[in-house]
Design a protein around this ligand. Structure first.
Ligand code: HMG
Ligand code: MG
Length: 290
């Protein structure tokens, strides 16, 4: 029987964005830049470095321009950023970001709390952003949040998640990242969602974005791996959370994910020693600013 385990997995490092957006203190720009550079040095080839959202909504990332301008760019690394609307895209393009990540939720209430629009109002905004980003020669990622549960509405239907994933792909998004925004998903649910979804969408278009509130992020990763998913989001130091999703704990830690994958003889390209040093670096910096 062919192995269900891949030889290699792609990791999308979201710490500098998802990790820092939820921190109470402002991490100095120079510290962000050194962390990002250490992550690249550790072999991470995709780093979400900041957000071009409203600084009033997300003050910890108010220095998006400064971060993007001073990146010590390394060949082979994609430097991505979150973009909510055309204003955000214009800022990101001026800043020279490689990939724009648009975002919306599978549940109406979280979508509204997070970006102040209904789902129906959001789709045309994201469509315009995706097509303008493509016209500018950029790749586009699409986050679909609250797929495994909403902090305001509870359960979210699989049908809704599939419908919105297809809508994102249809507007030209290269990869959809399904978010367990508050970390309530479990392996059987991941299996149910992926069974439905992978009947309609190829697995190489899908990434999974697990938060680890209930300690199930790695278990969820394993079932997704078995079902053919090869791209996972993770955050160095296990930082992360959405300020508009009460109860959201950190993302799955990049170190935990890499350690598990390497033990399973799945390659990631990440140097575990350098990653641990990058994690210690940011945790120490946060203990000074938090
Ligand atoms: P709004 O208030 O409805 O927008 O916010 P608006 O168009 O009425 O603008 C209000 C003000 O914001 C105006 O400024 C605009 O110019 C400004 P004012 O006149 O008051 O001075 N503005 C902007 N400024 C800078 N950059 C922009 C921008 N757009 C408007 N791009 C908006 C709508 C979408 C902007 C707001 O709701 C927002 O920024 N939300 C972002 C929330 C956020 O970042 N949440 C966390 C990320 S999502 C997440 O964590 C989940 C994820 O990790 C996956 C998972 O875990 O599931 C991705
Ligand atoms: Mg998240």
């Amino acid at each position: 029987m062919a192995s269900r385990w891949p030889e290699r997995v792609r990791i999308r490092e979201v710490g500098p964005r998802d990790g820092l957006q939820n921190e109470p203190g402002f991490v100095p720009t120079a510290v962000k830049l050194e962390w990002i550079d250490r992550l690249a040095d550790a072999g991470l080839t995709y780093i979400e470095v900041t957000s071009f959202v409203s600084p009033k909504w997300i003050p910890p990332l108010a220095d998006a321009e400064e971060v993007a301008a001073a990146l010590r760019r390394r060949e082979g690394v994609t430097y991505a950023a979150l973009v909510p609307n055309m204003r955000g895209l214009e800022r990101a393009l001026r800043a020279g970001i490689d990939e724009a990540a648009v975002f919306m939720s599978a549940s109406e209430t979280h979508n509204r709390k997070n970006i102040n629009k209904s789902i129906d109002e959001t789709l045309p905004v994201l469509r315009e952003v995706a097509s303008a980003a493509k016209a500018a020669g950029k790749t586009v990622r699409g986050y679909l949040s609250t797929v495994f549960g909403c902090p305001y509405e509870g359960a979210v239907s699989v049908e809704q998640a599939v419908r919105l994933t297809e809508a994102l792909l249809e507007m030209g998004v290269d990869e959809v990242s399904l978010g367990d925004t508050i970390g309530v998903g479990h392996p059987r649910q991941v299996e149910a969602v992926l069974t439905e979804l992978l009947g309609r969408v190829p697995p190489d278009k899908i990434a999974l974005h697990f938060h680890n509130t209930n300690g199930l992020a790695l278990a969820n990763t394993v079932i997704a791996l078995q079902m053919g998913i090869r791209t996972f989001d993770a955050s160095c130091g296990g930082l992360g959370g959405c300020p508009y999703a009460p109860g959201a704990a950190g993302n799955v830690s990049t170190g935990d994910m890499v350690r598990m994958l390497h033990a399973m003889e799945v390659r990631t390209g990440v140097d575990m020693t350098k990653l641990s040093e990058a994690s210690a670096f940011i945790l120490q910096a946060l203990s000074r600013t938090g």
